[in-house]
Design a protein around this ligand. Structure first.
Ligand code: ZN
Ligand code: ZN
Length: 392
């Protein structure tokens, strides 16, 4: 019986797992398992209990024997029997047990070597991995630092942009206010220009009206004076030409000495000219007193300018403003000699818009003394000229 249960040699090895057949295969068990699983199987193998049953029936009926395993079971011995049989087995199986021990030691060494190799391989692998991780960590750290720097830079750029934006906003706001002011000023200027344009347009109407009045006056004058011009001499021609000018009035005083004597006898006697117009369409006439008109015993000629009521007075600017100049014709030099000049006094009633047919006269009171006339009297005739330079 002991020979059946001695050494069980490994049958085959597949890959790294060693497969062994069940030790009860001679009794009919065909189980082949990895070596580490076989110990468990052996305890529950159905053919084991069959063997024990056989053993029991073939023994004495008195008491069931106590089966024990060989103490070298853990290194491969599969002996199993009674205590007495075990003693016999141990004496007879020294060599087998030494072989089991040797194989076990060799296998252990091999396992240790393999484990060591594996540990070394794993260690190398781990070291490699650690190195790689370390490198990766360093790279990541570097990238993180770069990112951090970039983040700071971006933050600064955002700050700058924000500041710029605020400044731009401020500038735009100020610019907007200035533009609005400009627009308002431009609007005001446009309104003023429109007003001026309107006034200009109104003025144009007045000017056209004035021109028409002046044309009518000149035409009328030409028609009335035409034959007279033909009958006079050169002086008269010259006077007539002068008289055609706007704002000029010439009076020829014939039989001067006789008229002067009459005036000295009666100071109310006066010579009155035809009406004439100024450049601003004011209608006037001259009134001449050959011996003054105010003081007893005067020996001078007084020349008044009298503003007459006109049809278009409503359209004119009042009071009349302008300059009056008095001349006497000098037959020797054949030129008018300047005598005196005055400016219209806008506060005087003589220069306001006429309320009646004529205003009170205003003029040259004592500009021409009788004694000063002398050679200016030729052929018993004196020629007096008044020019009016209107300002409005
Ligand atoms: Zn089995
Ligand atoms: Zn043994």
């Amino acid at each position: 019986m002991s020979t059946e249960k001695t050494i069980h040699c490994p049958e085959k090895t597949e890959g790294r797992t060693r497969l062994v057949a069940c030790k009860y295969r001679q009794r009919g068990c065909n189980m082949i398992l990895p070596m580490e699983s076989m110990s468990e199987h052996k305890m529950s193998c159905p053919f084991r209990s069959a063997a024990i049953q056989t053993h029991v029936t073939s023994s004495s009926r008195a008491s069931p024997p106590n089966y024990v395993m060989c103490q070298f079971e853990s290194v491969g011995c599969e002996f199993e029997g009674t205590t007495r049989e075990l003693l016999e087995h141990e004496c007879a199986s020294l060599n087998s047990h030494l072989k089991f021990m040797l194989i076990f030691c060799l296998e252990s060494d091999l396992k240790a070597l393999k484990a060591h190799t594996k540990v070394q391989s794993v260690s190398a692998h781990l070291q490699h991995n650690i190195k790689q991780l370390s490198n990766s960590l360093r790279d990541t750290q570097g990238e993180c630092q770069a990112d951090h720097r970039m983040l700071i830079s971006l933050k600064e750029q955002i700050m700058v942009l924000k500041r710029n934006l605020e400044e731009n906003n401020q500038y735009l706001l100020e610019h907007l206010v200035a533009t609005e002011d400009n627009l308002r000023r431009k609007d005001e200027e446009i309104a003023a220009l429109q007003k001026q344009l309107q006034e200009k347009s109104d003025l144009d109407v007045v000017t056209r009206f004035r021109v028409r009045v002046l044309e009518d006056f000149v035409n009328e004058h030409l028609t009335r004076s035409g034959p007279h011009i033909l009958s006079e001499q050169m002086t008269a021609d010259r006077n007539q030409d002068e008289e055609l000018r706007i704002g000029v009035k010439i009076m020829e005083i014939f039989e001067f000495e006789e008229k002067k004597r009459q005036a000295m006898a009666d100071r109310r006697l006066a010579l009155v000219s035809d009406p004439f117009v100024t450049s601003n369409c004011v209608k006037m006439k001259l009134k001449i007193f050959l011996n003054g008109d105010e003081v007893e015993g005067e020996t001078c000629i007084t020349v008044y300018v009298v503003i007459l009521r006109g049809l278009n007075d409503e359209n004119l600017n009042w009071p009349f403003r302008g300059k009056f100049t008095l001349y006497v014709f000098d037959p020797e030099s054949r030129n008018y000699k300047f005598v005196d000049r005055f400016d219209a006094d806008p506060n005087h009633f003589s220069f306001q818009k006429p309320c009646t047919e004529r205003n009170i006269g205003y003029g040259f009171l004592r500009s021409i003394g009788h004694s000063e006339l002398g050679r200016l009297v030729k052929d018993n005739k004196v020629v007096i000229k008044v020019t009016v330079d209107a300002l409005n």
